[in-house]
Design a protein around this ligand. Structure first.
Ligand code: ZN
Length: 235
């Protein structure tokens, strides 16, 4: 998901692993031109790795690429979207906590982003599915304040409460953005797993994309840095 330099020739890689979740590990000598390990540790490349347990940091002793989408991800908009999802997962996840659902999300999103003509359009669904996997997604059928249903005026995004509210609680307030009925339906479909029989949506409406962006910022306490990078490509 991320790497930073260590000493003169090494790098610390933040990995998302199937068996242990987020792990920091050192790639020895990866910044030397003759080192072949570095080329196999590009952003969102899926690998089988052997790690040696170190006293403070693990050391990567081997890496065999399983799937790499690096060629597609070097396209600037794809790289921006890939950087953003990697940063968000890194920020949300605690070290050494296996999270199969999030591993699967990352594993599926990488090829989709690398192959997409519009990679940024894939980010809101990824973010909402991630919030669901973390148990942080707000109810999509009930008001965050009173628990009541949404009516045919849609719903209101209360970013200070991290959820959607009903017309009765929020309709009279002019200071928050509203979602119409189609947006609320889109929000539900975006959050639905693809296999659940519900109609899962891939692309967010503009209002829903903004609402999900706000939700992620609400839970992280700040905007991810890569968001600005991705926004620079917005139409
Ligand atoms: Zn309400």
């Amino acid at each position: 998901m991320r790497s930073r330099n260590l000493g003169e020739a090494d790098k610390i890689f933040t990995l998302f692993t199937r068996i242990a979740g987020k792990v920091d590990a050192v790639g020895k000598g990866v910044r030397r031109t003759k080192n072949s390990l570095g080329g196999r540790l590009e952003l969102l490349t899926e690998s089988t790795m052997t790690l040696h347990r170190g006293r403070s940091l693990d050391i990567i002793t081997s890496a065999v690429t399983v799937r790499s989408h690096w060629t597609g991800l070097t396209e600037p908009r794809a790289l921006a979207a890939a950087s953003l999802i990697a940063e968000i997962v890194d920020m949300f996840c605690e070290p050494d906590l296996p999270l199969d659902e999030i591993y699967a999300l990352l594993s599926n999103a990488s090829p989709a982003i690398a192959a997409s003509a519009s990679p940024s359009a894939l980010v809101p669904r990824f973010e909402l599915r991630l919030l669901h996997a973390l148990g942080l997604a707000p109810p999509d059928d009930a008001c965050i304040r009173c628990g009541g249903p949404f009516n045919d005026h849609g719903a209101w995004m209360d970013i200070d409460a991290g959820g959607l509210g009903c017309e009765g609680c929020y309709g009279a307030r002019g200071d928050m953005h509203s979602l119409d009925v189609a947006d609320v339906e889109n929000f539900r479909a975006l959050g639905a797993p693809r296999a659940a029989g519900m109609r899962a949506a891939i692309n967010a409406t503009p209002k829903v994309a903004r609402a999900i962006d706000d939700l992620v910022t609400f839970h992280l306490g700040r905007r991810p840095k890569a968001r600005a990078f991705l926004d620079a490509f917005a139409p």
